[in-house]
Design a protein around this ligand. Structure first.
Ligand SMILES: [Fe+2]
Ligand SMILES: [Fe+2]
Length: 310
């Protein structure tokens, strides 16, 4: 997937779950930065400081990443702070790792401090279809240094989810408003039911959305494709510890299912972490998707230690 001046290349990470997810993304991006020194761009390139990673007391993991350059990086962060919500500290950490835009979902409210900082968090987007006076913003327009504008909108589905406003009306109106500002509009549709995701995606493609990433199930689907010039995947998956239950600890999960007594969830740990992401390339003038590639990569902490010992 060659990047050229006529296209914008976007990397989207599925839900980051806890510290394993945050650190996996940090190391994935820092690996790219090291290899792609001087080529890597973010919307705020120049502010990014790789050295700051050294303040974190763990060895970076090694991913088998492919060389790429990205103009804009998005991550879904609803589970980034111990599996539930996002602290202000972690918001700042993720910004520093090179993430330009953070989308979210139903769990974004789980850390109560969100209400203290969400209105000033310029990279963060909460689902659009909450009631009108809800804090934060449901969409944003980001501008790259060459003037290219990227509209990003986050929305919740309504099947097997808590009731919210209809994406078929309020979100559709917001897509039209963004399309008047820029041809490049990205949707993170945070929903449970596959049929609702497919159907809303087709609906969005008719409104000329450029890329549509499903999130929330934490299970990456292998159906990436271009529908009506719109890049599409039903679910981008999650970034975090591989050997748990969609990022959470197996023991507490199985206790909840077998006893039906609420038990506090814990984030899964383990040596193997996964990166689930999608990269898309979009024509700057038409807003049409040119290509989509699904990323599912694993890194093993043990292997890193073995290499250090050699
Ligand atoms: Fe999630
Ligand atoms: Fe969710």
């Amino acid at each position: 997937m060659a990047n050229n001046n006529n296209t914008v290349k976007i990397l989207f990470f599925g839900d980051l779950v806890g510290r394993p997810g945050r650190f996996a993304v940090r190391d994935y991006l820092s690996g790219k930065l090291k290899v792609e020194s001087g080529k890597f761009q973010t919307a705020e390139s120049g502010k990014l400081k790789v050295e700051s990673f050294s303040t974190i007391d763990c060895q970076p993991l090694i991913f088998n990443f492919q060389l790429s350059t990205f103009n804009f990086i998005i991550a879904n962060v609803e589970n980034a702070s111990h599996g539930f919500g996002l602290t202000e500290k972690n918001y700042n950490d993720l910004s520093e790792y090179g993430i330009d835009c953070m989308t979210s979902g139903n769990h974004i409210w789980d850390k109560k401090e969100i209400f203290n900082y969400i209105n000033g968090a310029e990279k963060l987007i909460r689902p659009f279809n909450y009631p009108e006076d809800t804090q934060g913003q449901g969409s944003r327009v980001f501008e790259l240094h060459d003037g290219t504008k990227i509209g990003v909108i986050n929305a919740l589905g309504r099947v097997f989810m808590s009731p919210v406003d209809s994406q078929w009306t309020v979100v559709a109106e917001e897509i039209k408003r963004l399309k008047d500002i820029t041809p490049i509009v990205i949707m993170d549709f945070h929903a449970e039911a596959t049929a609702e995701k497919v159907c809303f995606a087709k609906f969005c493609s008719e409104l000329c959305v450029s890329a549509f990433f499903g999130t929330h199930t934490h299970v990456q689907t292998a159906d990436e494709q271009i529908i009506n010039n719109m890049a599409y995947i039903t679910d981008a998956g999650f970034c975090g510890a591989k050997d748990g239950v969609i990022g959470m600890d197996y023991k507490t999960s199985v206790n909840r299912f077998t006893t039906v007594v609420p038990e506090r969830y814990d984030v899964a740990d383990g040596n193997v972490v996964q990166i689930n992401a999608v990269e898309v390339e979009i024509d700057k003038v038409s807003g049409h998707a040119v290509s989509i590639r699904r990323i599912f990569e694993l890194a093993d902490k043990n292997k890193k230690e073995e290499e250090n010992e050699r």
